[in-house]
Design a protein around this ligand. Sequence first.
Ligand SMILES: Nc1ncnc2c1ncn2[C@@H]1O[C@H](COP(=O)(O)OP(=O)(O)O)[C@@H](O)[C@H]1O
Ligand SMILES: Cc1cn([C@H]2C[C@H](O)[C@@H](COP(=O)(O)O)O2)c(=O)[nH]c1=O
Ligand SMILES: [Zn+2]
Length: 189
Amino acid sequence: MFIEPSITGERRGWIEVVCGSMFSGKTEELIRRLKRAKIANLKVEIFKPAIDIRYNETQVVSHDANAIQSTPIDNSQTILLMATGVDVVGIDEAQFFDAEIMHVCETLAARGTRVIVAGLDMDYLGKPFGPMPQLLAIADYITKLHAICVKCGNIASISYRKTAQAGQVLLGEKDTYEPRCRKCYNEKE
Ligand SMILES: Nc1ncnc2c1ncn2[C@@H]1O[C@H](COP(=O)(O)OP(=O)(O)O)[C@@H](O)[C@H]1O
Ligand SMILES: Cc1cn([C@H]2C[C@H](O)[C@@H](COP(=O)(O)O)O2)c(=O)[nH]c1=O
Ligand SMILES: [Zn+2]
């Protein structure tokens, strides 16, 4: 489990990235860290891409229906405008953001903000997804989570797309994706 660094004296900024396949628990972990920050009376703001309206338009919601209020945005630069005076910034579904999100996170951390980013490291083809490789490179702390392979019960790291639709971006849930281990993913059946 991730334990928050203990900082005494002057406030320091840093970047945490939580990555993994679908159903690996990224959103739950993001919500857990943000709720703990709220308990510590820190000022917290959460952002998600406006395109992600699967469960709710303004909440970040996990597959287990855990939820936290968030602001949907189209452009990562908006975070800088809305995060003045904020202690902790949470960002969900970071794979859908533009490349500028890397600089946004660096700027926030330089201002003394704790930044917690959650996102899919790989798409359904097993390829790096959007700005996630850059975010992982600049992160101070990385947590890679795993789901359970629906085929064999081993640890899953890839999101298998069950439909024939192509294209990197395709919103969906269990109807469209299932987490698989590398062996079951390669069997493609
Ligand atoms: N195959 C699976 N492996 C692990 N968790 C699963 C699986 N299918 C459903 N879940 C549920 O999904 C939850 C994680 O949801 P969530 O945090 O939204 O994941 P993520 O954001 O990584 O997609 C788990 O706590 C579990 O209840
Ligand atoms: C693998 C993959 C996923 N997506 C979409 C499907 C979901 O809407 C989100 C991921 O949500 P989660 O919180 O990680 O479960 O991303 C996609 O558009 N393309 C893909 O290749
Ligand atoms: Zn498997």
